[in-house]
Design a protein around this ligand. Structure first.
Ligand SMILES: [Zn+2]
Length: 377
């Protein structure tokens, strides 16, 4: 039951060198379509492109009966990569892959895709029986999980699965926070700062007073909050009429997420409401626009859930110890779990992702492939 590491390396290199920044996953999708069709799988692309703005849809691949009567399982990878991602050239030194230095490598998430291809090729060639398996390749993960959010979960038959989308080796992500993305706009009144300050309302001053009172950073062991962008005003001699802020709140607890988000909203609302006009000659009041986008829901898998039990059994069969960890970020898996499909995240060996120093070792990618094979066999 061994994979062909050199073939894995070659497919991985080919995949990385097909550029696929978010919304331009079409060429990778076409490559996967023809490869899996040739392997005898049923391939289907959904119509999510209309909603995501990508040049292709999500791709669903279903393999014919592998001869084992097991609970169906699916594996997920995203086809897009972060920027800079145009003109990727893979460099290999011994076991280690990097980009040429001017782009990302794209092992996030092509290491997972390559591992899946290698596993299915090995199982077919060596006639290793496997249970029902579906592969789901999404678009636009890196720009807000757009592909998976536009996906129709009834296209997936399996009720448990694994996203191959974490750095490290032999790691299983069992929890991830929910997040609210927040946009705040405060509107005051512009006026000449030297000649008629009495006629102005400074949006920046109101925002500053509110921000100074906010709880930010790590709020409790499960929750964080941040104001990450501030923009407003036009010149040093004009009282700023508007200020625009962008921030977020994350928590592993839905209740805390709501409470901290409400704290943020109330703090801004109070500062705007408490504004008073000392000279009494401004007819209007400042206003607040506080909008919340539910970015992704919380993900939490129990140790006795079917998805975790199955990967644990696979690891035991390989004599491998797995690390079960809770992550700080959201990914496609958050959305699969919200569809009532249990989805844990498995590591693929990728490292320093989202940078031009991104790297992966062939033997670490092979570890991921072996675990996938053990889950199926
Ligand atoms: Zn990823």
């Amino acid at each position: 039951m061994t994979i062909d590491q050199e073939r894995l390396a070659s497919v991985f290199t080919t995949l990385c060198e097909i550029d696929s920044p978010s919304k331009q996953e079409g060429r990778v999708a076409a490559y996967l379509k023809s490869l899996f069709t040739e392997m005898g799988a049923e391939v289907f692309e959904d119509d999510s492109a209309r909603r995501t703005g990508s040049d292709c849809g999500n791709l669903f691949v279903r393999f014919p009966d592998g001869g084992l009567d097991r609970e169906p399982v699916f594996f997920n990878c995203h086809m897009d990569t972060v920027l800079p991602a145009i003109g990727v050239k893979v460099k290999r030194q011994g076991e280690v892959f990097t980009s040429a230095g001017d782009t990302v490598l794209g092992s996030d998430d092509k290491a997972g895709i390559a591992a899946l291809i290698e596993v299915m090729q090995t199982m077919q060639e060596k006639k290793i029986p496997y249970g029902p398996v579906e592969l789901v390749f999404t678009t636009c993960e890196e720009v807000g999980l757009l592909g998976v959010k536009a996906l129709d979960p009834s296209n997936i038959r399996a009720k448990i699965g694994y996203a191959l989308d974490s750095s490290g080796i032999n790691r299983v992500i069992v929890g991830a926070p929910a997040a609210n993305r927040i946009t705040v706009e405060i509107r005051g009144i512009a006026s000449h700062a030297g000649l008629s300050p009495e006629k102005g309302i400074s949006a920046i001053h109101l925002a500053a007073k509110a921000i100074a009172r906010l709880k930010l950073g790590r709020l409790d062991p499960e929750s964080t909050a941040n104001i990450g962008v501030i923009a407003g005003g036009t010149a040093s001699n004009i009282i700023p009429e508007t200020v625009l802020l962008q921030g977020e709140v994350r928590s592993h607890s839905v209740k805390q997420l709501q409470e901290y988000t409400e704290h943020m909203r109330l703090t801004f609302q109070e500062e705007v409401d408490n504004w008073s006009d000392p000279a009494g000659n401004i007819a209007v009041r400042p206003s607040l626009d506080f909008s919340i986008i539910d970015d992704y829901p919380v993900m939490k898998l129990d140790r006795d859930s079917a998805a975790i039990k199955r990967v644990q059994a696979a690891a035991v069969s390989l004599g491998t110890e797995l690390d079960y960890v809770v992550a700080g970020g959201g990914s496609d898996a958050n959305i699969f779990n919200s569809y009532d499909i249990q989805c844990a995240i498995l590591s693929t060996g990728m490292d320093k992702v989202h940078s031009t120093r991104e790297t992966i070792k062939l033997s670490d990618m092979a570890l991921a492939a072996n675990l996938i094979m053990a889950i199926l066999a």
